[in-house]
Design a protein. Structure first.
Length: 131
């Protein structure tokens, strides 16, 4: 159940959860036993109600969503990626910003914009502008 005044433009599903992206760049989710703040009640009807997932702050606009077995990721209009859920042995209950690892002392983390994200069972693939 989703009672909002905007259109749904994308849907992504994990094993026991669903996230949606709206035309205003907001993300909502619902589900059962997802490793995040969506699973807040034992009441079945609560699990079927979509809740707004706040990514960092309310002003961020999301352009792409992806879901895997137990985790999800979003891409912002400014080219940042946030992810949450369970990936391998790592569990993040709330969306966390993904920062590119520096390859050398001269590299600056996040110097390039991300343009796509895809979530698998236990991994995230992120494509940058430089490929």
């Amino acid at each position: 159940m989703l009672d909002i005044d905007e259109h749904v433009v994308d849907i992504a599903c994990g094993a026991l959860f669903t996230i949606i992206l709206t035309s205003r760049g907001r993300v909502f989710g619902c589900g059962h036993q997802m490793v995040n703040s969506l699973d807040t009640s034992d009441n079945f009807l609560d699990k079927a109600r979509f809740k707004n997932i706040v990514i960092d702050d309310a002003e961020i606009i999301i352009t792409k969503i992806s879901a895997g077995l137990s985790g999800a990721a979003v891409l912002t209009e400014k080219g940042f990626v946030f992810c949450w859920g369970k990936f391998g042995k790592k569990v993040d209950n709330l969306p966390k910003k993904v920062v590119r690892n520096s390859r050398s002392i001269n590299d600056k983390p996040d110097e390039e914009k991300y343009i796509s994200v895809c979530v698998g069972d236990e991994f995230i693939l992120i494509l940058s502008q430089k490929g």
